[in-house]
Design a protein around this ligand. Structure first.
Ligand SMILES: [Zn+2]
Length: 397
């Protein structure tokens, strides 16, 4: 059968949201599924729960991609008597793999909070908290001219020379190398006790620091000399464009009351609705957003000097202390509502990546997004407030 495999789709997805970008405590990647199995349909959902798994199987998806992990803490078994184990059984029986991109999707650019910022209409967005960029090294070596291309190929194959969308990037200059082989040496060029002068190419490439050992091994193996001369430099870090949350500006300023209504209108609706903390007439122009739980980013929002912070799951004490200190206004939407927009983005990016990588075959994969609301809160009752001072005491608890 001529179809892409789970492995092909996972590779394309991992290139967009590399698993190594995930936090150490996180559990991302393939949860169940066989990389050799074919994939015709991919379904996206925020949560791997019974409803989204059932829906994925009903739509005959071969792969379910979710934002939240199914198995986050230590797992010693997946018996069907456990609600999570049952989902694993159901997925495997139904022939569907499960893939998770959680904090690696949060810090990506574009990532989860970009999709949220887009819905809200933010412009000129930058990360609310910049992720540490991947540390880079530079390797420099000196090879006889005729071997330079081969050495560049070997270094590139080991992971050096990738810059953005370009690979096998190298800089070369020519010069003269000199050495005297001593007793015991078996030189590729020259002979023992005679000073040798060789026209050499200086080759330099960048590499991710975690590839250092592999690149040095490739250099030693591809270089014709018994003792190749080379340097490895650690490069200074530059500010990255990846990170948690986003900060941006609205096209037109509006009041907090209007912004709250705007958020409720543009985000996918859920039972919990949208609530806000702050003066309803406060003018809002700069906005920080965080897809998912936002307590941890309250301090970042203050430092960013924004007018409002939009996130989910803002708890009583952090929110109360934040407002007492006079921080930005807060808008709290449901967790699912703030992360659901990313699914469209992820599906679109995966589709484009599959078409680029696999041409016609990539276009045969059907990508769809679940609109099942998987917030645990399913009912909401508004409580009228008696704010008229002439009336009896307020009923605000
Ligand atoms: Zn989340």
């Amino acid at each position: 059968m001529n179809a892409l495999t789970v492995g092909d789709v996972v590779a394309a997805f991992d290139a967009l949201y590399p698993p190594e970008w995930a936090e150490e405590w996180d559990a991302v990647g393939l949860v169940c599924g066989d990389p050799a199995e074919p994939v015709r349909r991919v379904r996206f959902a925020v949560d791997p729960v019974a409803a989204t798994v059932d829906e994925a199987l009903e739509t005959r998806a071969d792969l379910l991609i979710t934002h939240h992990p199914l198995l986050l803490r230590g797992v010693h078994g997946v018996p069907a008597t456990d609600h999570k184990g049952r989902l694993v059984h159901r997925l495997i029986r139904g022939g569907a793999a499960l893939l998770v991109a959680h904090t690696n999707a949060d810090v990506a650019n574009p990532g989860v909070s970009d999709a949220l910022a887009d819905r809200v209409g933010l412009r000129e967005t930058v990360p609310l908290r910049t992720a540490d960029p991947e540390p880079l090294d530079k390797v420099v070596t000196f090879v006889p001219h005729s071997d330079a291309d081969r050495v560049v190929d070997a270094l590139a194959a080991a992971g050096a020379g990738a810059i953005g969308d370009y690979t096998r990037c190298a800089w070369t200059t020519t010069g003269t190398g000199t050495f005297r082989p001593e007793d015991g040496a078996t030189p590729a060029i020259g002979s023992v006790d005679r000073i040798e002068v060789v026209g050499e190419t200086r080759v330099e490439l960048v590499l991710p620091r975690h590839r250092r050992a592999a690149v040095v091994a490739a250099l030693r193996s591809a270089h014709p000399y018994e003792e190749p001369a080379f340097d490895v430099f650690e490069l200074a870090p530059l500010p990255g464009n990846r990170g948690i949350g986003r900060v941006g500006v609205l096209a037109e300023p509006m009041t907090l009351a209007a912004f709250t209504a705007h958020v409720a209108r543009v985000l996918p609706a859920s039972a919990a609705g949208v609530r806000a903390a702050g003066d309803p007439d406060r003018p809002i122009r700069t906005v920080a957003v965080q897809g998912g739980a936002g307590d941890g980013q309250l301090g970042d929002a203050v430092r960013a000097g924004v007018d409002v912070f939009l996130a989910a799951d803002l708890r009583h004490h952090p929110a109360s202390e934040h407002t007492e200190r006079g921080g930005p206004a807060l808008v709290d939407a449901s967790h699912w509502s703030t992360e659901r927009p990313w699914l469209d983005d992820a599906a679109r990016r995966l589709g484009a990546a599959l078409r680029v990588r696999h041409g016609e075959l990539g276009a045969t994969v059907d990508l769809s997004v679940s609109d099942l609301i998987t917030d645990p809160w399913t009912l909401h009752a508004g409580q009228p407030l008696h704010l008229d001072p002439d009336k009896e005491a307020s009923t605000t608890p």
